[in-house]
Design a protein around this ligand. Structure first.
Ligand code: NDP
Length: 329
C-alpha cells in the first residue's frame, strides 16, 4: 500500500524542490525496523535538508525529517516487536538516510529508543532533537556543578526550539532564567515558560575589546554561537560553564582564552547526533521528569507534511517560535 512522504528532488541546475508524493514500502532504504510514523518535527537542520541541503544531504531524491516517533510495524531485531512505541533522533537520519517526513520509515534498530514512560508520540516530537539537546545541555551544566541559587542562567536564541525547551526545563528545576531574544514580541511567551529576565539580542551581539566583564551568569545554554558566545564567555561567574549547542548566529568564535585562564570558565560541547544509547535513555527519562507538559504544549505549533517547505524556509530565517509538531497522517 502506498503512503505519503515529503520528497526533495534536485534539478540538473542544482536547485532543490520539495513536494508530498506517494511512495511504496519497497522504495524505502533497507533497515531492520519498519516504523509507522505518527509525528515528526522541524529543527534548524530540517530547514537545511528541506531546502538548499547545507551539505548535509548525501543523495537525491531525499526524504528529510531528522526526528520521528511512531509504532513498530515490522522488526528483524529482537529488541523491538510490532506495536512497540519508538522515538528516533540523530544518527544523521533525515540527512544521510531517509527520515521522518513520511508515514513509514525503515531504519537500523540501534538508532531507536523506546518511547519514554509518561510521554506520547506527539509530546516526544514536541521535544524532538531541539528539546533533547536542551536536556543534554542542562545535564552537562549540572554535571559540571550548576545548581539553583548560584545566580541567573542565560539561554540564548531563547524563543527558538532549543531555547524554549531549555528555558522551561531550567525554570522548572528552580533556576532563575535570563532569556536572550531578538524578537521583543516573544517576551510574554518566554515569561510564561519561566524566564524572569529578557535580554535583548542587541545587548550581546556587540563585540567588546574587554575579554572579561562583570561576573553575571552561573550557567548558559547557547544556541547562537558566534560573537554572542564570545561575549558571554567573558560574563560568566568564576568556575561556571557554557553549554555550546548551536550556531544560529555564526560558527566563528571571536574570543580570547582569558575567561578560561583567569576565571576557570568551562566551554562544554553538546552533540545530540552520535550521543551514546545509555545517555539517550538518561536524557529522555529526564525530559519526562523535568519538562512540564503544559509548558511543552504552549510551545507547540501543529503542521502537516504540506506545510513543511514554508516552515523549513521560516526556521532558516529564525522566524519559528518554539516547536513545530508535524502530524504526518
Ligand atoms: P531555531 O531556529 O528554532 O532557534 C534558533 C534561535 O536563535 C532563533 O529562534 C532566534 O531566537 C536565534 N537566532 C536566530 N538567528 C540569530 C542570529 N543571527 N543572531 C542571534 N540569534 C539568532 O533552531 P533550533 O532551536 O532548532 O536550533 C538552534 C541551534 O542549535 C541551531 O544552530 C542548530 O543547528 C543547533 N542544534 C544543535 C544540536 C546539537 O546536537 N548540537 C541539536 C539541535 C540544534 P530569538 O528570536 O529568540 O532571538
Amino acid at each position: 500500500m502506498g503512503f505519503n512522504a515529503l520528497v526533495v528532488e534536485k534539478s540538473e541546475e542544482g536547485a532543490t524542490s520539495a513536494a508530498v508524493r506517494q511512495l511504496e514500502v519497497a522504495d524505502l532504504p533497507k533497515g531492520e525496523v519498519l516504523v509507522a510514523v505518527d509525528y515528526s518535527t522541524v529543527n534548524y537542520k530540517d530547514g537545511l535538508c528541506i531546502g538548499p541541503g547545507g551539505g548535509l544531504v548525501r543523495s537525491y531524491p531525499h526524504v528529510p525529517g531528522i526526528d520521528f516517533a511512531g509504532t513498530v510495524e515490522r522488526s528483524e531485531d529482537p529488541r523491538y516487536t510490532p506495536g512497540d512505541k519508538v522515538v528516533l533522533t540523530g544518527w544523521r537520519v533525515g540527512e544521510a538516510h531517509w527520515g521522518g517526513y513520511a508515514q513509514k520509515a525503515s531504519v537500523r534498530a540501534d538508532w531507536l529508543v523506546p518511547l519514554p514512560d509518561g510521554l506520547t508520540t506527539r509530546q516526544a516530537m514536541a521535544v524532538g532533537t531541539a528539546g533533547f539537546t536542551a536536556m543534554l545541555a542542562v545535564m552537562a551544566l549540572e554535571d559540571h556543578g550548576l545548581e539553583p541559587g548560584r545566580g541567573p542562567v542565560l539561554v540564548t536564541g531563547a524563543a527558538g526550539g532549543v531555547g524554549s525547551v531549555a528555558t522551561a526545563i531550567l525554570a522548572h528545576r528552580g533556576y532563575e532564567v535570563a532569556a536572550v531574544t531578538g524578537r521583543p514580541e516573544t517576551e510574554a511567551y518566554l515569561r510564561d515558560l519561566g524566564a524572569t529576565t529578557i535580554v535583548p539580542r542587541a545587548e550581546l551581539n556587540e563585540t567588546t575589546k574587554r575579554p572579561l566583564e562583570s561576573e553575571t551568569w552561573a550557567g548558559c545554554v547557547d544556541a547562537v554561537g558566534g560573537a554572542m558566545l564570545a561575549r558571554v564567555l567573558g560574563q560568566m561567574k568564576y568556575g561556571c560553564s557554557v553549554a555550546a549547542v548551536g550556531l544560529a548566529g555564526g560558527a566563528a568564535l571571536p574570543a580570547t582564552v582569558i575567561p578560561f585562564l583567569l576565571r576557570g570558565v568551562n566551554l562544554l560541547g553538546i552533540d545530540s547526533v552520535m550521543q551514546p544509547y545509555a545517555n539517550r535513555e538518561r536524557a529522555w527519562a529526564r525530559v519526562a521528569q523535568d519538562l512540564p507538559m503544559d509548558k511543552l504544549e504552549a510551545m507547540v505549533r501543529p503542521a502537516t507534511l504540506h506545510d513543511l517547505p514554508q516552515i523549513g524556509a521560516d526556521i532558516l530565517r529564525g522566524q519559528v517560535q518554539g516547536r513545530v509538531v508535524v502530524d504526518v497522517n
